[in-house]
Design a protein around this ligand. Structure first.
Ligand code: NDP
Length: 325
């Protein structure tokens, strides 16, 4: 396993990590979740990602039980949660001080740990002053309940606003952002975050395989039974993911994967890993075999020569460019 610094912080995170969205507490059984975490850990993965909204808390419960059962030394792994969607009542959501503190307490209880290594604001809250959120995060840091706080899907300007407020209050600025980043979602990561990167921000990127599309499993136009895009209740995700233009580009990039002799999934993950602003690629898996395949992506990075990258770029035709006014 390769370890990368989380931005300019002193924290080392494995280049591949494991997330639990849709899978833990919902799509897969607890035994499979346990196998996934054990294999991940045995292969050097040190970061497990979670959120209060995942399976409405059940994902954290499943992960917490596994962490307890495994009995790994607490200093050998990182675990996260995210705050924003905790319930339907007015103060069970957003980034107000009450919910930020209560969601942390709930995550600690469900995960059965004394502190969270990373705590993310799952989205930007337009109804809470940023100073209130920064102060709440500082409280949790001072209490030792969280070690690093960060954002998820915030714009570069919103992140810099948080930096500025934290600095002006002599408090801790956000350390990391959790954005979507893959061959089809590039604008924020490659352009919008230039200033946060300069300020030292690290990234824990999500949906590196665009929910499985970039494995090539949807290339023939069918939706395999049991796959994520066939799941009941996720029709919105199917509609957002299965765009004909993206399927066609995936078909073409799959040919490049075949030329260099690797599965499409590994090529797509390696493409993310190649970007130096990626601190860790969060993997998702519903089966052990998928995780085992994906873990080999690190070996594929060296196969992505300039020539191969250019061929991929020529297919994707979506390299974001900076707009100059
Ligand atoms: P991916 O885009 O990598 O999708 C993972 C899914 O793709 C798997 O569950 C599986 O679904 C399929 N898959 C993975 N590998 C293979 C393979 N080798 N062969 C065939 N199918 C494969 O990542 P996720 O969307 O799961 O995101 C990863 C993590 O990021 C999440 O668990 C979560 O922790 C985080 N996240 C954060 C968000 C945020 O807003 N901050 C939003 C979303 C995710 P299946 O078998 O069911 O088809």
């Amino acid at each position: 396993m390769e370890y990368r610094r989380l931005g300019k912080s002193g924290l080392w995170v494995s280049a591949l990590s494991l997330g639990s969205w849709i899978t833990f507490g919902k799509q897969i059984g607890d035994n499979t979740a346990e196998d996934l975490m054990r294999i991940a850990y045995e292969n050097g993965i040190n970061f497990f990602d979670n959120a209060e909204i995942y399976s409405r808390g059940q994902s954290e419960i499943v992960m917490g039980n596994i962490l307890k059962k495994m009995g790994w030394d607490r200093s050998t792994y990182l675990v996260s949660s995210k705050v924003f969607w905790g319930g339907d009542k007015p103060n069970q959501k957003g980034l107000n001080r009450k919910h930020v503190i209560e969601a942390c307490h709930n995550a600690l209880r469900r995960l059965q740990v004394d502190y969270l290594d990373m705590y993310f604001c799952h989205r930007y809250d337009h109804n809470t002053p940023i100073e209130e959120t920064v102060r709440a995060m500082e409280t949790l840091i001072q209490q030792g309940k969280i070690l690093y706080w960060g954002t998820s899907e915030w714009s570069g300007a919103e992140i810099m606003e948080a930096y500025g407020v934290a600095r002006s209050l002599n408090m801790t600025p956000p350390t990391m952002e959790q954005p979507q980043y893959n061959m089809f979602t590039r604008q924020a990561f490659e352009i919008d975050y230039i200033k946060p990167y300069e300020a030292g921000m690290g990234t824990t990127i999500w949906s590196p395989l665009a929910s499985g599309l970039l494995t090539g499993k949807y290339n023939d136009g069918n939706i395999p039974e049991g796959s994520r895009l066939a799941l009941e209740g996720f029709e919105w995700l199917k509609d957002a993911t299965l765009r004909e233009a993206h399927i066609e580009k995936t078909r073409q990039v799959t040919k490049i994967a075949a030329e260099i002799g690797v599965p499409m999934s590994q090529l797509a993950l390696a493409w993310c890993l190649k970007n130096p602003n990626v601190s860790t690629v969060i993997l998702g898996a519903s089966k052990v075999s998928q995780l085992e395949e994906n873990l080999k992506a690190l070996e594929v990075v060296k196969l992505l020569t300039d020539d191969v990258m250019q061929k991929i770029e020529a297919i994707l035709q979506n390299k974001p460019t900076r707009v100059w006014y």
